[in-house]
Design a protein around this ligand. Structure first.
Ligand code: ZN
Length: 88
């Protein structure tokens, strides 16, 4: 018995279906997302590394470690300087 809704892509699956008509998941593949690539025979070199990095780290480039606290320190110093000037 297949699930009513495909766990991989969310498509409705008829009780008689042996596999998802949308993504190709089936009991054989454990209704997982891997079935998609397997059934379509997509080559691994199709993997877009740049796109993967963008999705993993967002559009902007990752900030080097250690830069964060530095700018917090600069901001703090500026704040103290401004406070000192105002209270003078
Ligand atoms: Zn599916």
């Amino acid at each position: 018995m297949p699930p009513e809704i495909c766990p991989n892509c969310g498509a409705e699956i008829s009780p008689n279906a042996k596999a998802c008509r949308e993504c190709g998941s089936s009991e054989e593949t454990g209704w997982g997302e891997k079935a998609h690539a397997d059934n379509l025979g997509l080559p691994d070199e199709d993997f877009d590394y740049d796109d993967f990095v963008k999705r993993e780290f967002g559009e902007k480039k990752p900030v080097p470690r250690g830069l964060g606290w530095f700018w917090w320190l600069v901001a703090l110093i500026l704040l103290v300087v401004f406070a000192a000037l105002l209270l003078h």
